[in-house]
Design a protein around this ligand. Sequence first.
Ligand code: SAM
Length: 272
Amino acid sequence: MRVLAIANLMWLAIVVWLTSRLLRERAQRKQRNYFGNWPIRAVMPEAVDPLFAPGPFGPRCDTEVAFVGRGPYAVDGGTSDGEAWILAALAKNAHLLFEFGTCTGKTAYLWARNAPPDARVVTVTLAPNDRAEYKVDSDDDTRDVSYALRESNYTQFLYSGTEAESRIEQIFGDSKALDVSPWAGRCDVVFVDGSHAYSYVVSDSAKALQLVRPGGLVLWHDYNGPLHSPGVYRALNELGTRLPLVRISGTALAAYRRPIVDSEAAPLERLA
Ligand SMILES: C[S@@+](CC[C@H](N)C(=O)[O-])C[C@H]1O[C@@H](n2cnc3c(N)ncnc32)[C@H](O)[C@@H]1O
């Protein structure tokens, strides 16, 4: 009798475990929570930039870019091939691009390769010797913090030694300490992809909103649900209650297009 009860309990545990695993995989695949959608609504890329409006055969030749794919390789902090294509294509009409979190330098390289000849790319990252500058906040998820420090491992980049290097300004340091006033209000595209810890996403996002020019675009990486990068998910859901953020379908990119004229309803100074 006792053996039967134990066997039943074990079966129950296995069924619960399998069901939660299936639900989790389904939620990840469909980019939603177990119950309910992520707060930031999904749109197709053309809703973020008309460059992506597809033709009869899908994306048009205007979106053609110089590209280094990722394929099946594991790349530190890396964007997917679809995300890298969107980022690279956006550079084609940009003159000043700013990135939080350089990592391997892949996005900086793709931007410099695809932007017009007079364009500049500015990218900030934490070098391995500067890890002590990292400012942990008690509210930050420990997994987000350790991930950020582990990825702070680069002083040479994909672009190092290439022709693209001369168009890239590499800044080493902690992004919370960075004064962004030299580029304020001038950036066509800003990519927030540094530490994914909540306090950093809040701080980097405020700086991104200072950096972006009227009509320019801010993008965030790793808006991918509460299980993947909880700090990004929380910070962007909060920001999304004050600004019309969207996420790009099938990617982990979130986006905000600054209006040409800031409305009374959302003065940028209050958000930054
Ligand atoms: C996800 S990776 C960036 C990937 C890169 N944007 C790309 O597209 O390939 C995160 C980067 O943020 C950097 N980082 C982490 N904490 C930082 C901090 N406090 N200040 C500046 N950079 C930081 C890490 O060193 C790492 O290079």
